[in-house]
Design a protein around this ligand. Sequence first.
Ligand code: FES
Length: 109
Amino acid sequence: MSADFSKVANKADVPVGQVKVYTIAGKRIAVCNVEGKFFAVADLCTHDGGPLGEGELIENTIECPRHGARFDVATGAVVCMPAVVPIATYLCEVREDDLWIGVPASATK
Ligand code: FES
C-alpha cells in the first residue's frame, strides 16, 4: 500500500516519553516517542472519541485520558479495556533529524 509522506516536525520537538499531535491530510495524528523510537497513531480513541494525544505514554502504550483504555502504539491493538477496537496507526520515519508521517494514499482521497 502506498503512502504519502509529510514532514511534520524535527525529532527534537517530540521528546522521549511525550506525545505531540499534528494534523496531516486532514487527520489528527499523535506522534509518540517511546525511548527514542517514534510511532504515529490516530488522535482518536475507538471507545468514545477521546483525545489520545492528551494521554500518557506507559512503556509502549498510550492511555486514553477519558476512561483509561490503552493501546499498543506500534500495532494499535487494545491492551486495556474499555476500548475493544484497535486504533489506526501510521508510518513514521526519521529522515536525518526530521519526522515524516505516511498516510495511506487511499485514506487521503
Ligand atoms: S474515550 Fe477513550 S477510553 Fe473512553
